[in-house]
Design a protein around this ligand. Structure first.
Ligand SMILES: *[C@@H]1O[C@H](CO)[C@@H](O)[C@H](O)[C@H]1NC(C)=O
Length: 303
């Protein structure tokens, strides 16, 4: 709703942008290499009724699926909360998704009431990084169990830090990134973060300042006043992290604050965000809502 009140301004912007791009075409040939990336990320694991991970990957409308969430960590215990999805079988689905060139990440944190996490010390950050590496990523060690099985190796880790102190997430991502140094021409750990709309998100600021978080999914939803000023916030995020891909995070359900009707996505949002040199793509929250609305069916065509 907040966004639709701005659609007129956005349409004027589109008109101006169209004129400018025509001018740029005649003056200097094709414009700078911004525009479509074709990237659509979705969060999966928030509702059993959303269907399996395999089914999500078979829709053909996602290029990255984030399994969510590892909702308890940092205090000697970890809990993977998949909202009742059986963990057995997820490993095969991960491999199925990857065979279709869809990346699969695991997100840590989350907004759920049952979540409980923070990193009380640098040692806790190291311990969590090592756990993630051996339990979910390309590391394998006999004494660390692998919830998705031995064969499935996730492509990366997402930070969705919505509670607790902001400390030591920089040490966590630095440690995770350091594993890549053991590999030639391969990056077995990619890192993303999913901050709140309003820049900066103090819980993620230090992790993002390390420069190793290469994807940033900004949540332009759940906060009506920030969503209403999304262009300003988008400008801040993209300016602050020129070397990371910044993704526009939108809800697939019209019941969520910040929902953008597909028409406004096409005419109002996409032309604005695709002007940023470090535009990464669209993030859709979440698979359950998207299964009802097929929002990603639009997003994948325009992203
Ligand atoms: C979702 O949209 C895509 C178009 O991008 C279409 O191919 C697909 O059939 C749609 N899925 C459903 C379930 O409507």
């Amino acid at each position: 709703m907040a966004l639709s009140s701005r659609s007129r301004t956005s349409q004027q912007l589109v008109a101006v942008a169209a004129l400018l791009s025509v001018a740029a075409f005649f003056l200097a040939g094709p414009a700078a290499a911004t525009g479509k990336t074709g990237q659509v990320t979705v969060f999966w694991g928030r509702n059993k009724a959303e269907g399996s991970l395999r089914e999500a990957c078979d829709t053909g409308t996602y290029t990255l699926v984030v399994i969510s969430f590892l909702s308890v960590f940092g205090h000697g215990k970890t809990t993977l909360d998949l909202s009742g999805h059986p963990t057995a079988g997820v490993g095969d689905d991960i491999k199925h998704c990857q065979s279709k060139s869809i990346l699969v990440f695991l997100s840590i944190g989350g907004p759920g009431p049952g979540s409980q996490y923070s990193l009380p010390s640098a040692q806790a950050a190291t311990d969590l990084a090592d756990y993630l590496w051996y339990a979910y990523l390309a590391g394998h060690r006999g004494d660390v169990g692998r919830p998705f099985g031995d064969a499935a190796e996730l492509d990366g880790v997402d930070l969705f830090i919505d509670q607790g102190a902001p400390d030591h997430y920089d040490a966590l991502v630095a440690r995770l990134w350091s594993y890549n140094k053991q590999f030639r021409a391969r990056t077995p750990v990619q890192l993303s973060a999913t901050p709140r709309c309003e820049f900066p998100d103090r819980r993620l600021a230090r992790a993002l300042a390390t420069g190793v978080v290469t994807r940033i999914n900004v949540r332009f939803y759940g906060d009506a006043s920030c969503a209403a000023d999304w262009e300003r916030e988008w400008g801040k995020w993209t300016a602050a992290f020129p070397d990371s891909g910044v993704y526009v995070g939108l809800p697939a359900s019209e019941k969520t604050a910040g929902y953008v009707h597909p028409k406004n996505l096409y005419y109002g949002v996409i032309p604005v965000v695709q002007k940023a040199a470090n535009y990464g793509g669209v993030m859709v929250w979440d698979r359950f809502a998207d299964k009802q609305s097929n929002y990603s069916g639009y997003a994948i065509q325009w992203a």
